[in-house]
Structure formats: structure tokens, C-alpha cells
Design a protein around this ligand. Structure first.
Ligand SMILES: Nc1ncnc2c1ncn2[C@@H]1O[C@H](COP(=O)(O)OP(=O)(O)OP(=O)(O)O)[C@@H](O)[C@H]1O
Ligand SMILES: [Mg+2]
Length: 388
């Protein structure tokens, strides 16, 4: 078992393609770390540098306290599972599992111990004599996992291992992976572009964009205290809504008054002392951070306390217990709100929403605008070495 550390790691491909830029991540021994981000953000490249399949342009990768930049993949004591794992079709499950061990000249007794153990953990014992052709997709995926397990590596690396499975199987294999990690306790680095998968699997999440780490933290950190607007918009379903406007300090000294740039909304945002806000700002509203106002009393109370948001609805998407309300704020700001489902929402006139203002987040303008909330700034600064 081992911690995996990246320090100032760069990957520059031919033609000056900066695929990974100054990435530093400290993954504690036994952690389940998920690298997540949109396509092309450098996740696979990062993982492949840890595995030794890609040369490191600059910086250092350590496994178990040893710098491995110049150590061959086979000597790094890691096992990698790819999206397109290939099983040997003419070999039984048992042979597939033991193949690498036999190549390494490991003793028969030891091989059967490891294969037996992996098969038991993965529920493959009954299938050891079958060939891959006679297995379901999920079972094949488990064999691929088993092949990595029998190596008993210091760390497991996964690159989108579930993306070939259908939604249902992906869900169940995901739970199995999580349970397996709990039992094995081996350091795991897992790559996915799917933020929901990242949130459900990881105890440590690294959000990447454009080859750069945007934030490192627990699932709750990245969801609740996003370091910047990119992270805020990437994590969460439906994505956070963003409203452009300006900020002014409120009289009470404990909050800011946010005004939508066309004056379509005025909201009071709780704030921590010190930082003087830039006047231009972007307000982040989670789709779940509102509810429909019930009556005139509530309407009045919300208006007085700066919690009222009036929107125009143009589509309602029923989801069973809940519904997504697609709306517009002011002349042209699109927004989606997720509220309990009910019939008879009058779409012909604006609807009034009460905003759960402590859940509002403020950002500097721009796609990567930094969070203006003190708590998030703290988490971004300490993110890399954060305790889990
Ligand atoms: N061999 C290469 N030569 C040049 N550029 C490359 C090479 N391999 C990858 N890249 C570029 O490096 C960037 C990062 O690629 P990478 O495969 O790490 O992305 P990713 O985050 O894994 O994306 P995906 O989710 O699509 O798998 C991309 O812009 C890609 O085009
Ligand atoms: Mg990839």
C-alpha cells in the first residue's frame, strides 16, 4: 500500500501541446481519488504518467515515497484497468486471471491462492472455467478487475473502466468497486468524465480543466464550496445557474446585496466579513436552492429579506417526484430549477421563488472566475494537502 504524489507535473506533447500543466496532487495511502473533468482536460495523460506509460516532461511522480519518473511501468508496483480491457478469448477466466502471474514465474501455490482470493472477492468463483465469450459485460469487467487484483499492487489505476457498460450495470459495478476498495484498502486513482460517478466513488476528488487542477477536495467540498465558477458549473445535476450582476455591501455589514444586471432580481447574500467585493460578480444558484412561494405573506417576507426571485417559465420537465422548471431571469439569463412535482403550474405568468440564500455562491466574472466566498477560498488554498 502506498501514497501517490504528483509534484509540479507537466506533460508537453510534440507541437507544444500542454496537456498537463503544473499538476500537484497528494493522494494518501488507501484513498480513492477520482480525477474528473471534461474531455481533453488531461485526465488520461495524468494517469498514464503515474503508470509510466507516458514520459513526464517536468515534475515528479512518487509512489510509496519513491520517485518513479525513471522506473519502468512493470516495476512501479501498480495495476491499471482501461476502458477497453481485452480478455484472452480462448482462455478460461482462471487462465485470464493467472496469466500475468505465470509469466512472472510466480509459484503455483501462490498463483492459486491469489486467483482464488480475487475470484471470491469478485464473485467469480463459479465462473472460473468459463471463457469470456460466455460471460455478461459486467462479469467480464470483473475479470479485468481481477487481473489487476491478483498482481496485489501498491496502487490501482482506472481509466474510465465502466464506460462500456450500460447504465444499470454501470451503477451496480460502481457499487461493487466501492465495496471492493473498502475491503482491499488499496490506493486507487480513478479517471472519469462523469461527475456523478466521481461524486459517488471518490473520497477525494480532483477537478481538472485545460490541463490544470481546478480544485482538490472531498465530494462535499467541491459541491458545497467550489473554488471557482468552472467547478461550480461542472459538479452537480442539473448544473448550477449563473446570474451576472453587481454587488454592494449591505447596511448590516454581514451580507452583500446582489443586483441582477438589468435589475430583474435583488438578493441578499450572506457574507463573511473582510473581503471587499468587486462590483461585478456572478451569482451561483443551485437548481435545488429554491422553492415556490405559497402565499402573499411568504411573498412579502421574501421580498423584505432579499430572498425573492421572479422568473418566467418556458418549459417544465416532469421527473416523477420532482420536476425541472426551465426559466429565464431578466431578459436573457437561462436557469433551471428543480422543485417538487405538482400539476397546474401556470406558465402564462411569472412565478415567484424563495431562495435559500445561505446556499448562494458568488464568483468573479469569467468562465474560471474565482469564488468570492471566504470558505471556498480557504478550501482552494488548502485543497491539495487536505485531510480526508
Ligand atoms: N500523443 C499525443 N500527442 C499530442 N497531443 C495529445 C496526445 N495525447 C493526448 N493529447 C492531447 O492532450 C490533451 C489531454 O488528453 P487526455 O487524453 O489526457 O484527455 P482526457 O481528459 O483523458 O480526455 P477524455 O475524457 O476525452 O478521455 C488533449 O488535448 C489531447 O488532444
Ligand atoms: Mg481519457
Amino acid at each position: 500500500m502506498a501514497e501517490v504524489t504528483l509534484e509540479g507535473v507537466w506533460k508537453i506533447y510534440e507541437g507544444d501541446v500542454e496537456a498537463v500543466r503544473d499538476v500537484s496532487i497528494a493522494i494518501p495511502d488507501g484513498a480513492f481519488c477520482v480525477l474528473v473533468g471534461p474531455s481533453g482536460c488531461g485526465k488520461s495523460t495524468t494517469l498514464r504518467m503515474i503508470a509510466g506509460l507516458e514520459e513526464i516532461t517536468r515534475g515528479a511522480v512518487s509512489i510509496g515515497g519513491r520517485v518513479v519518473n525513471d522506473v519502468a511501468p512493470k516495476d512501479r508496483d501498480i495495476a491499471m484497468v482501461f476502458q477497453n480491457y481485452a480478455l484472452y478469448p480462448h482462455m478460461s477466466v482462471e487462465k485470464n486471471l493467472s496469466f500475468a502471474l505465470r509469466l512472472r514465474g510466480i509459484k503455483k501455490d501462490e498463483i492459486s491462492r491469489r486467483v482464488g482470493h480475487a475470484a471470491e472477492m469478485l464473485g467469480l468463483t463459479e465462473l472460473l472455467h468459463r471463457r469470456p465469450g460466455a460471460l455478461s459485460g459486467g462479469q467480464r469487467q470483473r475479470v479485468a478487475l481481477g487481473r489487476a487484483m491478483v498482481r496485489e499492487p501498491a496502487a490501482f489505476l482506472f481509466d474510465e473502466p465502466l464506460s462500456n457498460l450500460d447504465a444499470k450495470l454501470r451503477g451496480s459495478t460502481r457499487s461493487e468497486l466501492k465495496a471492493l476498495h473498502r475491503r482491499l484498502g488499496a490506493t486507487t486513482v480513478y479517471v472519469t468524465h462523469d461527475q456523478e460517478e466521481a461524486m459517488s466513488l471518490g473520497d477525494m476528488i480532483v477537478v481538472m480543466a485545460g490541463g490544470v487542477v481546478q480544485q482538490t477536495g472531498t465530494p462535499l467540498d467541491v459541491f458545497d464550496r467550489p473554488a471557482n465558477r468552472f467547478v461550480a458549473g461542472f459538479i452537480g445535476t442539473p448544473p448550477m445557474n449563473f446570474i451576472r450582476g453587481s454587488l454592494a455591501r449591505a447596511d448590516d455589514g454581514r451580507s452583500w446585496i446582489f443586483t441582477e444586471r438589468h435589475g430583474a432580481a435583488t438578493l441578499r447574500v450572506p457574507a463573511d466579513e473582510a473581503t471587499e467585493p468587486a462590483s461585478d460578480a456572478v451569482l451561483g444558484v443551485r437548481p435545488q436552492a429554491v422553492h415556490e412561494i405559497k402565499d402573499d405573506n411568504e411573498h412579502r417576507a421574501c421580498a423584505e429579506s432579499g430572498r425573492l426571485l421572479t422568473v418566467r417559465v418556458h418549459m417544465v420537465e416532469p421527473l416523477g417526484e420532482q420536476m425541472d422548471v426551465h426559466a429565464t431571469i431578466g431578459p436573457d439569463t437561462p436557469a433551471v430549477f428543480r422543485v417538487p412535482h405538482h400539476a397546474g403550474l401556470d406558465q402564462s405568468k411569472p412565478i415567484d421563488l424563495a431562495v435559500d440564500t445561505p446556499r448562494l455562491r458568488l464568483f468573479e466574472p469569467g468562465e474560471f472566475g474565482a469564488s468570492l466566498s471566504a470558505a471556498a477560498q480557504g478550501s482552494a488554498l488548502t485543497g491539495a494537502g487536505q485531510e480526508l
